[in-house]
Design a protein around this ligand. Structure first.
Ligand code: FAD
Length: 503
């Protein structure tokens, strides 16, 4: 949708072929038993008006003057079985004091960690245009102003969070570092995330993910864009190494001057392009799941009749007895949606999601259950176990939780055609190289990749900026003036070209 909006502003006709029945991809929500279940935003980089992403969220209509943003002070809370609570306050001073009170014996390392977060708070790479489209003067300026930042980024990219945690004597801090991010992430990713949180740039738009996707969709259609739902693309039609349109599963063909794919790259390269156009940077990642793993989730969704507004929004409950899925998990991340009044049901209930973060193996485990016919049974078993674990940690919720939905990695695969049920890019491990693919596919003309899968780690901001970059590259190739807003009727267009069609 981001690509579409920028191209419509630049004078193109745009149609989107979407396999699902609503806009948004992974950034959606749905209803069960009268409850709205939010499927995405836990935090959104670009919610601070000073953030460079903020301007772009405004450009594509994701945020507007009416959008209320919720900023949580206690960003997440680790709740240990002995009653100790470690809160990641969205305030560096408070977070520093919290760590010192839990682990005074680690004062030296804690001070160092806090200094690193402070350093990362000032690091923000340019996101307005692709590096290869910047002028040499701009590049020199970036080089001069950011060379010290690259040192820290490079240094902590090569450190694993579990390893980093071992610098601390305190076992609870070791657990925190090992479990704050999804498995395998390097320490740079953790510092980057915490820096955004401390900069108050990790809020959540009220109304949630579906409302945000609908705002973008509204902007897209208001500019004349067309989105066709229930249209799963089967193949990109190619003639003489030039993309000429898309064929859908139901047998229709949509011709186009340009084809942009924002689907998962594996699905696109192997299925939609028939494996005939290799992209080295992507293929080497797909071939090595140890160095480039994905992460995914198993989620049990509960309707909760208790008013849990006083419970933290993000609570990592460490359990004494592990939960067994593909392996033993000793913690359940609870997300409490009582903060958003627009998500309340008429009877005052709210949603509590229990999320278990796993990797490729979690996907293979659920996939095998699907194949051997025990998928439903296992969902019921895991749902029941999660329920029991929540009640044993929080007895005040007994009799107040009803399991209303269950999501596994297979759910993400089914809806999004993603690799191993992932919903973000590759995990940035200490061994892996950062990914920044331009979107061009060697040997194939009039085709471009966009979306989170061509950008390290993925997430909504990368989905947006790669969408914008794809539009910029198309305009550059066609010699069309790239516009971020619709041209004013009083400005004479400076490029006169045949109107191009993009799908
Ligand atoms: C539980 C969860 C929590 C998350 N939390 C956050 C968060 O807090 N902050 C954050 O920044 N990000 C978060 N994300 C990630 C975020 O949702 C994604 O990074 C983002 O939505 C990716 O956008 P995309 O457009 O690149 O890909 P997608 O959203 O996957 O969009 C691709 C689109 O292509 C469609 N498609 C696929 N194959 C075909 C085909 N063959 N034909 C037609 N259409 C097709 C899909 O239906 C989809 O609409 C979360 C995701 C999940 C699931």
């Amino acid at each position: 949708m981001a690509t579409g909006i920028y191209l419509l502003n630049s004078g193109y006709d745009v149609e989107i072929l979407e396999k699902n029945t609503c806009p948004g991809g992974a950034c959606v929500g749905w209803e069960r038993k009268g409850c709205y279940i939010d499927g995405c935003i836990h935090w959104l980089v670009g919610t601070n008006t000073e953030s460079p992403y903020y301007k772009m969220w405004r450009e594509i209509g994701a945020l507007n003057d009416e959008t209320e943003i919720f900023f949580q002070n206690d960003f997440s809370v680790f709740d240990f079985p002995d009653g100790t609570k470690l809160t990641v306050w969205a305030d560096l001073k408070k977070f520093h004091e919290e760590l010192l009170s839990i682990a005074p014996e680690d004062e030296k390392e804690i001070n160092k960690f806090i200094r690193r977060i402070r350093r990362f708070r000032t690091i923000e790479g340019p996101v307005d245009k692709p590096v290869d489209m910047m002028s040499p003067i701009r590049l020199l300026h970036i080089g001069f102003t950011m060379w010290r930042d690259y040192f820290w980024v490079a240094k902590y990219s090569k450190v694993d969070n579990v390893e980093y945690g071992k610098r601390f004597k305190n076992k609870k801090l070791q657990y925190f570092f090992a479990n704050y991010m999804a498995p395998g992430y390097n320490h740079m990713s953790m510092l980057y995330m915490l820096a955004h949180v401390m900069n108050k740039d990790g809020g959540i738009p009220i109304g949630g993910s579906m409302a945000m996707s609908e705002r973008i969709y509204k902007k897209f259609t208001s500019l004349g864009g067309v989105m066709r739902f229930g249209k799963e693309v089967q193949r990109v039609r190619i003639i003489d190494n030039r993309a000429v349109g898309a064929e859908t599963k139901d047998g229709d063909f949509y011709p186009a001057d340009w084809v942009v794919s924002s689907t998962a790259t594996e699905h696109c390269l192997k299925k939609l392009l028939g494996g005939e156009y290799p992209v080295k940077k992507i293929d080497e990642r797909l071939a090595n799941k140890e160095k480039y793993p994905i992460y995914t989730m198993t989620i049990a969704v509960f309707k909760c009749s208790e008013d849990i507004r006083n419970m933290p929004l993000g609570l990592h409950a460490v359990t004494e007895e592990p939960l067994v899925i593909d392996k033993e998990y000793d913690g359940i991340a609870l997300r409490n949606y009582a903060y958003d009044k627009t998500m309340k049901t008429p009877d005052g209930s709210c949603v509590l999601q229990a999320q278990i973060v796993g990797d490729d193996d979690m996907y293979f485990w659920w996939k095998a259950r699907k194949q051997n016919g025990t998928y439903r049974e296992e969902k019921a078993r895991v749902g029941k176990e999660i329920h029991q674990k929540i009640i044993s940690r929080y007895p005040e919720l007994a009799g107040k939780l009803e399991l209303i939905d269950f999501v596994t990695p297979c759910t993400y695969e089914r809806y999004l055609n993603t690799r191993h049920g992932s919903f973000q890019g590759f995990v940035h491990t200490k061994e892996g190289k950062a990914l920044m693919q331009k979107g061009m596919v060697k040997g194939l003309k009039n085709f471009i990749l966009s979306g989170q899968c061509i950008f390290q780690s993925g997430g909504l901001p990368p989905a947006m900026i790669t969408g914008k970059f794809a539009a910029m590259r198309i305009c550059k190739e066609d010699g069309v003036f790239f516009r971020t807003h619709s041209p004013s009727p009083f400005i004479i267009p400076i490029t006169l070209k045949r109107k191009q069609k993009v799908r």
